[in-house]
Design a protein around this ligand. Structure first.
Ligand code: FE2
Length: 115
């Protein structure tokens, strides 16, 4: 996946210990549990610091990329749904999963994990 700006630059916080509350509020929290060739991936935005979920400020969607390939996307409505999802991914051990979320006010935020 390119980091080229489309909906704004992709922000990717890798040092959570040094991150601000604003950065922690937007950085996806990703866990992965392998069962054979399948991996249950849980993604939550607002885990480290709560993110608003109101019509004027909310998480619009979450996308998953396996390597560079887009493999899943979940769209949210404010108030009525919460950016906290579970998706089963078929992946080889060690493959990179990139999670990208889009906040309607603060743009694109990424987190990477090895599956
Ligand atoms: Fe935001």
């Amino acid at each position: 996946m390119s980091d080229a700006p489309i909906l704004g630059p992709l922000k990717h916080v890798t040092d959570l210990d040094a991150a601000s509350d604003f950065e922690l509020k937007h950085t996806p929290y990703v866990t992965a549990e392998r069962d054979g060739d399948k991996v249950r991936v849980n993604v939550k935005v607002g885990h480290y610091v709560s993110h608003p979920n109101q019509p004027d400020h909310y998480i619009q969607w979450i996308m998953l990329y396996l390597g560079d390939a887009p493999i899943a996307r979940v769209d949210f409505s404010p108030v009525a749904s919460d950016p906290d999802v579970s998706i089963v991914v078929v992946a080889e051990p060690g493959e990179r999963l990139r999670t990208v979320e889009y906040c309607n006010l603060h743009g694109l935020w990424a987190a990477d994990v090895k599956l």
